[in-house]
Design a protein around this ligand. Structure first.
Ligand SMILES: [Zn+2]
Length: 263
């Protein structure tokens, strides 16, 4: 990380206040987390997007899995199956058939077991992932684009999507508020968006500290709590449709939320 000219400083993504000095004890040099006066936890300095593409692309970090033990892999696999089911259930329950936008789509694999009544579209910052997803999505009538979400959301046109997926995405996004705000343009009036992010309030974070799985420097640039996630979606003018205690259990590392644009 010698070239610091490729680092971008940011304001608090929730309240836009400038960086303060409330450094937290969680870091991986040179990356750190701060807690704003509004309580939002974020990385005030992040790698710029070009750098993300080349050096920190998500799939590259995932390729480190060769070093992970068999036990952990089995646990991840089981967890993965449960996660996919939850996404599928929420989609079926809240999103009408039609076009679905997956922001931070990765390789597109999560659509493998999802009904063919949904036509998948995706955005991903990683060239490799977006290319892979595009191959999968094209076969189902959709497409995947490699770009920062803030730049392409309006390219899809007004009132296009029956639903949006932001699974393991908002914690990566430099401008999560902008994305949420702009997403409404391309969503249908009765569309729903499904969010899954690590829950900073999880017990595991308190127990494991810096080793908590929700910390991934410098990829996870935002850390949401149930309260800050609620504030952000409500500021972006969404109504919360589903977010009950079971969606943000302190014993889970993640939380789920379903929202829809306010009319
Ligand atoms: Zn703030």
């Amino acid at each position: 990380m010698s070239n610091i000219s490729k680092i971008k400083k940011r304001l608090c993504p929730l309240c836009t206040k400038p960086i303060n000095n409330n450094d937290l004890k969680y870091y991986s040099k040179p990356w750190k987390l701060v807690q704003c006066d509004c309580s939002f936890v974020y990385m005030p300095e992040v790698p710029i997007y070009e750098r993300m593409k080349n050096e920190f692309s998500w799939e590259r970090n995932f390729s480190e899995k060769n070093e992970i033990s068999v036990k952990k892999r089995i646990r991840r696999f089981v967890k993965g199956v449960l996660k996919r089911d939850k996404l599928k259930d929420l989609l079926n329950k809240f999103c009408k058939d039609g076009e679905i936008l997956d922001i931070g789509c990765g390789s597109g694999a999560k659509f493998n077991n999802i009904s063919s009544n949904y036509v998948p579209y995706g955005i991903d910052i990683s060239e490799e992932s977006a290319k892979e997803a595009n191959e999968v999505f094209k076969k189902r009538g959709g497409e995947a684009i490699c770009a920062p979400s803030t730049e392409v959301l309006n390219r899809f046109g007004k009132n296009k999507f029956s639903g949006a997926i932001m699974r393991a995405y908002l914690e990566h996004e430099h401008d999560p508020f902008e994305v949420l705000k702009n997403l409404k343009y391309t969503l249908k009036k009765d569309a729903h968006a499904i969010i899954k992010v690590p829950n900073y309030n999880s017990l595991n974070r308190k127990v494991r500290g810096n080793k908590w799985c929700g910390f991934r420097f410098p990829d996870h640039v935002n850390q949401f709590t149930p309260k800050t996630l609620l504030t952000m979606v409500s500021n972006a003018n969404y109504e919360v449709v589903k977010f009950n205690f079971f969606d943000y259990l302190p014993t889970s590392d993640n939380m789920w939320m379903v929202i829809k644009p306010k009319v």
